[in-house]
Ligand binder design. Structure first.
Ligand code: GLA
Length: 545
């Protein structure tokens, strides 16, 4: 502001001056300006350098880094969060206080946020800038986790060496020619919604070969595998760098991916992996940009059976309208390997993915931002899925994100509701808790046979909301052989009744009514039946002709 006023003033004066007086005047002006700049700099303490803060979080040790450069009273540089690097695009500096405007990526959008800081002795106290999650979605952690909303103390230092890839210069990326659209042949997989386990919700990027092997053992021995959970999916954080031939290597936490896949297969399970069509994943690791064919071949050679492909930094390269062609590149690359690999899109339900997901060869597509382990996040995602129902069908599923069942942020009742809602939605059932250490109640929910049978029903229709009365929502899913699953959800805290009339299902006789959680037959009349639903709970009924 000060600068531009000064400039306008100078320009006006210049216009009024006769030519010959200009030179000495200009010299004077230059001198004055540089004095002004110097005194401005004198007020600006030099906090250039690398600043590091470490904190303990439920997802493990977390490191936040600022690379700062102070020049002419301006601060430039990078904020490094575990979810990726973000450039500082503007700054304010006033005495010991400063503000950094940071450009952040969040679920395909670029947004600006401010980190506020203060110089305190030879440390900086900064409250980092954090991306806002999209409406109705959790975002990483729902709302910014508490650790980001308050100031942290930063010391000058070196960041811990990490497996994350170096920052990308998005202006000098090699250009990729996007293909014309065509239909990628269906791979024949996921005739019913995929079931498995994924590392993200519990471990984030703190994963190793050992963790994955232990989870494989637990999946096989706990009864999860026998209940239908088949895919063990390694999410973000396994990647290392590319070798000289461009082949993507795992990082030092995963010494031998082929051996790991062999081990997982020996347990009667299948192995999944994670990447991004952008140059970097959401966690700042190497992505598959421009290397789709090579990466697909590498994964096939390792014995990978499932790919979660997450948009992340692709939003810095492409527009949403190019998304289909971008995903088609990987769909083609996976088909070309000849290996049967489930293709799971993760692009937060953008760009009408229900219309084209199947044509890029996808078996599922995310419909929302990230879930977090809370009733608010789970219920706002789960109960807003009704309009996606028409897109689900055998081989191709809506994915409202993975399960949080057993992660500790909800009650057992709320987890039962979460699991039932995902079953009704025909959503992939991808557990996300620590299977090595699971209470019998949580195990009981995740392996509930009759509820899983609803999720895996071979007709492959997703459920929809039939009615909403106060806090009670009735959802119905058509099942094979003329049956229905009917779920009465109570979103309130006090018990409430829910009822169903046969006419609303166009049933003209009195069918069999079974409560799938309680394992009892429910009395009904010629008109229908009524149940009572405790707060945040669910009653799940199977209506059979
Ligand atoms: C995004 C996805 C998550 C997870 C992380 C990994 O946030 O939506 O499910 O894969 O990236 O960085």
């Amino acid at each position: 502001m000060i600068r531009s006023t000064q400039y306008t003033l100078n320009a006006r004066l210049y216009e009024r001056l006769p030519r010959r007086t200009f030179l000495p005047f200009a010299c004077l002006l230059l001198a004055l300006t540089s004095v002004a700049a110097q005194s401005e700099q004198a007020h600006t303490k030099d906090i250039s350098g690398t600043w590091v803060a470490k904190t303990q979080t439920p997802m493990g040790d977390l490191e936040i880094v600022y690379e700062l450069k102070v020049q002419n009273g301006r601060i430039t540089g990078t904020q490094r969060l575990p979810f990726g690097d973000a450039p500082i695009v503007a700054s304010k500096f006033d005495g010991d206080r400063f503000e950094l405007t940071i450009e952040l990526e969040s679920f395909g959008d670029t947004q600006k946020a401010t980190a506020k800081g203060k110089i305190v002795g030879d440390t900086l106290e900064i409250a980092p800038a954090f991306p806002k999650p999209p409406e109705g979605a959790g975002g990483p952690g729902g709302a910014p986790p508490a650790m980001f909303s308050s100031s942290m103390v930063f010391h000058r230092g070196k960041p811990t060496p990490s497996n994350r890839a170096p920052a990308v210069d998005y202006n000098s990326l090699p250009k990729i020619q996007l293909p014309a659209l065509h239909s990628v042949l269906y791979n024949g997989l996921a005739a019913t919604p995929p079931m498995g386990w994924n590392s993200w919700n519990k471990f984030h990027t703190n994963i190793t070969d050992r963790t994955i092997r232990e989870i494989a053992n637990a999946m096989a021995s706990s009864g999860m595998r026998d209940a239908g959970y088949q895919y063990l999916i390694i999410d973000d954080g396994w990647q290392g760098q590319r070798d000289d031939s461009g082949r993507l290597q795992p990082n030092s936490n995963f010494p031998d991916m082929k051996a790991l896949a062999d081990y997982v297969h020996s347990k009667g399970l299948k192995l999944g992996i994670y990447s991004s069509p952008g140059p970097r994943t959401c966690g700042g690791f190497e992505g598959s940009y421009g290397q789709e064919e090579m990466d697909a071949k590498t994964w096939a050679a390792w014995g990978i059976d499932y790919l979660k492909y997450d948009w992340c930094s692709a939003s810095r390269v492409w527009k949403d309208r190019q998304m289909q062609a971008v995903y088609q590149r990987m769909g083609d690359a996976l088909r070309a390997t000849g290996r049967q690999i489930v293709f799971a899109l993760c692009q937060y339900g953008r760009a009408n993915v229900g219309d084209w997901g199947a044509s890029v060869g996808a078996n599922s597509w995310r419909t929302t931002g990230d879930i977090s382990d809370s009733w608010v996040s789970m219920s706002s995602i789960g109960f807003s899925q009704s309009s996606w129902a028409p897109f689900a069908r055998p081989g191709h599923w809506n994915d409202p994100d993975m399960l949080e069942v057993g992660n500790g942020g909800m009650s057992t009742t709320e987890y039962r509701t979460h699991f039932t809602l995902w079953a009704i939605l025909a959503a992939p059932l991808i557990a996300g808790n620590d299977l090595r250490n699971m209470s019998p109640e949580i195990m009981g929910i995740l392996t509930k046979k009759e509820v899983i049978a609803v999720n895996q029903d071979k007709l492959g229709r997703a459920g929809e909301r039939l009615s909403k009365n106060g806090d009670v929502e009735v959802w119905v899913r058509s099942l094979d052989a003329g049956a229905y699953a009917v779920a009465f959800f109570n979103r309130g805290l006090t018990p409430a009744p829910g009822s169903l009339r046969w006419t609303s299902l166009e049933i003209d006789h009195t069918p069999k009514v079974r409560d799938l959680w309680q394992h009892v037959d429910v009395p009904s009349s010629a008109d229908g039946f009524t149940v009572s639903v405790p707060g945040h709970d669910v009653v799940l009924i199977r209506v059979s002709p």
